[in-house]
Design a protein around this ligand. Structure first.
Ligand code: IMP
Length: 193
């Protein structure tokens, strides 16, 4: 079976993809390559970061590879926190701190539109490919729910009456930004084995 590396150290993301690709490819993780350090992530866009991570592993191991990068983009904050979502309140700060900063910055604003965006960069047979998944929604005025991670308690996806953190993981994983991008990647790989 053809090998493909997923440049991630996140076991949940890995399992999700491995299940979905189900026998078509042998998906290796950074654990399988015994690469346990951080991958540099210095881009200014999700596309740059995803490609930087995939390219780093591709250069090092010479194996076809993909990587993802995700951000929460808030319309009235000019797309912030975007590519800086993981460290919006500063390096090493918690999900709580990041959410509090968003709620403070949106205080009194009527436009609370936001979207989660995932970009997957794939290096495959010498070419670069990109797959994007977007979920539109609004930022709530308070945190609700205990599931998930990151900004889930303050993100209400369009068409739902529950935040991402009030949905079960199974429900979220069917319709999330990451799921949508992964589905596009999997479709491509099945067509181009
Ligand atoms: P990453 O690129 O997947 O590491 O995501 C970067 C940051 O975006 C994370 O540290 C979270 O703060 C946020 N994030 C990514 N995906 C989600 C999600 O599904 N729900 C809530 N926050 C997320």
């Amino acid at each position: 079976m053809k090998e493909l590396v997923f440049a991630t150290q996140n076991k949940h993301k890995l399992e999700e993809i491995q299940q979905a690709i189900n026998g078509h490819f042998d998906i290796l993780s950074l654990f399988d390559l015994n690469y346990l350090e951080e991958i540099p992530e210095t881009g200014e866009t999700l596309v740059e970061n995803a490609l930087q991570k995939a390219n780093f592993i591709y250069q090092k191991y010479g194996k076809d590879c993909f990587a993802d990068d995700t951000g929460l983009e808030i319309e009235s904050l000019n797309g912030q926190p975007g590519v800086y979502s993981a460290r919006y309140a500063g390096n090493g700060r918690s999900f709580e701190d990041n959410m509090n900063k968003v709620l403070e910055n949106l205080h009194g604003k009527t436009n609370r539109k936001a979207c989660f965006k995932t970009v997957i960069a794939l290096i495959y047979k010498g070419e670069n490919y990109f797959f994007e998944g977007v979920v539109n929604g609004v930022i709530t005025t308070e945190k609700k729910g205990k599931e998930g991670f990151g900004y889930d308690p303050i993100f209400l996806p369009d068409g739902y009456s529950k935040t991402f953190a009030e949905l079960s993981l199974e429900e979220k994983n069917k319709m999330s930004h990451r799921a949508l991008a992964s589905q596009k990647l999997i479709h491509f790989l099945r067509q181009n084995k």
